[in-house]
Structures are given as structure tokens and as C-alpha cells.
Design a protein around this ligand. Structure first.
Ligand code: ZN
Length: 76
């Protein structure tokens, strides 16, 4: 479903997944996973929310690299 993606695209996808999952947990169980894990470091918790926001913006723009365009095999 995801196809071949570069590391950057995978990181963005992972951040969006984590952010979406966290919102789901907050809505369903009033449980903030990010706060539970990183609540002890307020700046780190805030940084994660900002990164998720940036990932959402970045996901609007399709990555133009060769891996994402299918011109290069994915190396692991
Ligand atoms: Zn890419």
C-alpha cells in the first residue's frame, strides 16, 4: 500500500501515525500516550507535537526523490 518510500517519507508517515494514534487514544480513553511517555520532559513533548504538525504539512507535498518516484531500488 505504501509502495517504495525513502527514509524521510517513512519518518513523516511514522510521525503522522503516532500523532493520529495519540489523538485516537485521547478521544477514546482520555489517555495521552505522548504525555504518558514524554510528559516528564515538557519541551520534548511539545517538540513531538510540533514534529507531527510539520509532518502533516510535509505530507501535502509528495517527495520528489528517486526512491519515491520508483526510479531507484530501496536499500536497507
Ligand atoms: Zn522520497
Amino acid at each position: 500500500m505504501m509502495g517504495k518510500k525513502c527514509i524521510g517519507s517513512k519518518v513523516i508517515w511514522a510521525l503522522l501515525f503516532a500523532g493520529g494514534l495519540n489523538w485516537g487514544l485521547v478521544g477514546a480513553f482520555k489517555f495521552n500516550l505522548v504525555n504518558a511517555i514524554f510528559g516528564g520532559w515538557a519541551w520534548l513533548e511539545m517538540l513531538i507535537y510540533i514534529l507531527v504538525g510539520l509532518a502533516a504539512i510535509a505530507s501535502l507535498f509528495h517527495c520528489k526523490c528517486k526512491v519515491c518516484k520508483g526510479e531507484m531500488p530501496v536499500t536497507k
